[in-house]
Design a binder for this molecule. Structure first.
Ligand code: GTP
Ligand code: MG
Length: 557
């Protein structure tokens, strides 16, 4: 007998925090439960494996949908959202079952549409067809309400501005701006679900296919509507079980001697599959000549821009590193958000790749600054590398991605500066920074003489001989610097006139986002720091083994 439970419509739930719920992992500096990255990713992937995305006629159909889905197993959660495509609104419901088997049963029961134009593809994206019997069935069944349908409310720009203008001070503005703009529960679920769709679509030919999100979707610096960066692996790189006697046969690749060409060919095929067969995928473009070849597309049904790459697991570990830094101290994420938003509004960054600073480089600039405050807010990466245990060892594409993953052994920073102080400090620090002569390393938490004549030199934390901001031209760096100088003065002016300004004209973040351009010159630079001294590490808990003290390479100085 199928479990029949009705749903209450239009119950608006508050935004569910992105962080999940395991209180065992609590790092004192973060002020909120710490969830290891692997745990978070596995939990989200499991949710996606139990989820179905259904296009419905409207919110009232959610009752029918719940009834239909309940035939296959218990429904745990339902999220409603509207997406707009080709000027038409689509009403979508993401259904999470209790068990993955229920989803399988539902998909097996999915019928083909009565037209040859639509190819039934193995995909967890379906639609609910109208049924003449559904409403009469519903009347006959006396259904009790047990599952809420969740609709997330995201403040509009105007609401955000109002909230910020009514804040007590700049610190409160920074915190509110973060709370209002960070990726939501549904946003996070849909990103993992969009990865799952590709995995499922390819699973017939590639049973071990694994698609993982990386970048701002998982590094905890993602805004609502951020793009989705994905890595596709056709085989399970983590399965090293050599005891098995049965091994996959391989088809000899025509260009085996050149792995890059092989990968480009595979990506050609995959982009054609996405373009021709996978529901919701539109505007599929191949950018295969890039350093990291990607397939770009739009997923219309989850409403996101997607970048799919292969052989790029180091990007995933890079995101894990950023996630860890975001988890170390509760001020890191709000500050990064404020600075990324400022850079976006001031056109220092752009959604398009080019000769300007990317969000990734900008985030490293913020982390570097937080390593240089006095006392530092966060430790340099080399300390996390030294503290890594056996479980932390990772290698991807021959790049060593080993660093401490469990933050429990770190103590909280002694730095007690407010968000306001840190934001001001960021602009002051980079207003004085000697970009012309010096590069930055978050590995050592120190600057160094630039080894090359790139305008901006930010050492790649994992491939240390590379500069992640190599693309930035002198002209764009100058623009960044003048915006920094201007932001600094704008905040100083705010301090002088705060009482007159509050309530009357934009102040704090609002004045930064809308401020005009006033370039200024830059000056000197900072002293170095004893990291071991500053962060008192409980080394006895996880003694670093000699072979883990790796690759803390002195940077090109
Ligand atoms: P937004 O998409 O702008 O919100 O931020 P993002 O952090 O996702 O940045 P982006 O989409 O540009 O890049 C995705 C991820 O790719 C980053 O988080 C990094 O992990 C990685 N990445 C970006 N740029 C570089 C680079 O220059 N070098 C390396 N090694 N990795 C990069
Ligand atoms: Mg991205």
């Amino acid at each position: 007998m199928p479990l029949l439970r009705a749903i209450k419509c239009n119950i608006i739930s508050p935004r569910i925090p992105f962080h999940l719920y395991n209180r065992n992992y609590c790092h004192s500096g973060a002020g909120e439960p710490f969830v290891p990255f692997d745990v978070l990713v596995n939990q989200r992937r499991n949710e996606a494996r139990r989820s179905l995305l259904v296009e419905v006629a409207g919110l009232p159909s959610s009752t029918d949908l719940h009834q239909v889905c309940s035939q296959y197993g218990a429904v745990r959660k339902m999220f409603h959202y509207t997406t707009r495509h080709s000027n038409v609104n689509k009403e979508m419901i993401l259904v999470e079952f209790d068990e993955a088997e229920s989803l399988e049963k539902a998909l097996q029961a999915t019928r083909s549409p009565p037209t040859e134009r639509i190819i039934p593809v193995h995909s967890p994206f379906v639609w609910l067809s109208a049924s003449r019997t559904a409403s009469s069935n519903r009347k006959k069944t006396n259904i009790s309400s047990t599952t809420d349908i969740i609709q997330e409310t995201v403040p509009s720009n105007e609401e955000l501005q109002l909230q910020l203008s009514q804040s007590r001070d700049l610190s409160e503005q920074i915190q509110k701006s973060y709370e209002c703009q960070k990726l939501t529960e549904l946003g996070s679920r849909l990103r993992f679900f969009t990865c799952r769709q590709v995995e499922v679509a390819l699973s017939g030919l590639f049973p071990q296919a694994c698609v993982l999100p990386f970048g701002s979707s998982v590094n905890s610096f993602g805004r609502i509507n951020c793009d989705l960066d994905m890595i596709l692996e056709l085989f399970d790189v983590t399965n090293q079980d050599t005891t098995q006697r049965l091994v996959f046969q391989a088809k000899k690749s025509r260009s085996a001697a050149n792995p890059r060409i092989t990968m480009q060919r595979h990506m050609e095929v995959i982009s054609d599959i996405l373009d021709n067969f996978v529901p919701g995928c539109s505007q599929v473009r191949k950018i295969l000549a890039a350093r990291v070849p990607i397939i770009k597309y739009r997923q219309d049904l989850t409403d996101m821009e997607c970048d799919l790459s292969m052989a790029n697991r180091s990007g995933f570990y890079m995101s894990e590193m950023l996630y860890l830094y975001g988890s170390m101290d509760k001020r890191v994420r709000p500050l990064v958000f404020a600075i990324r938003k400022w850079a976006k509004d001031r056109h220092v960054t752009s959604p398009y790749a080019g000769r300007w600073v990317t969000n990734f480089s900008l985030t490293l600039l913020v982390l570097f600054y937080l390593m240089r405050t006095s006392p530092p807010v966060i430790p340099p990466l080399q300390m996390l590398i030294k503290l890594a245990g056996d479980d932390d060892v990772r290698t991807a594409e021959s790049i060593n991605c080993t660093f401490l993953r469990d933050l429990k052994i770190l103590t909280a920073s002694d730095n007690k500066q407010s968000l306001e102080d840190l934001l001001r400090g960021f602009y002051e620090f980079y207003d004085k920074f000697d970009f012309k002569e010096r590069g930055l390393s978050v590995v050592r938490g120190d600057d160094f003489v630039k080894p090359e004549h790139n305008a901006l030199y930010i050492q790649n934390p994992l491939e240390r001989e590379l500069n992640v901001s190599r693309n930035v031209t002198l002209e764009e760096l100058e623009r960044l610097r003048s915006e920094i100088t201007h932001a600094r003065y704008r905040l100083e002016e705010d301090t002088e006139h705060i009482e007159e300004q509050q309530g009357q004209q934009p102040w704090g973040l609002l004045s930064l986002w809308g401020a005009s351009h006033k370039p200024q010159a830059h000056r000197g630079l900072n002293a170095s720091i004893d990291w071991q001294e500053v962060f008192h590490i409980q080394e006895q808990e996880t003694p670093p083994t000699p072979d883990k003290q790796l690759n803390v390479s002195p940077v090109h100085a």
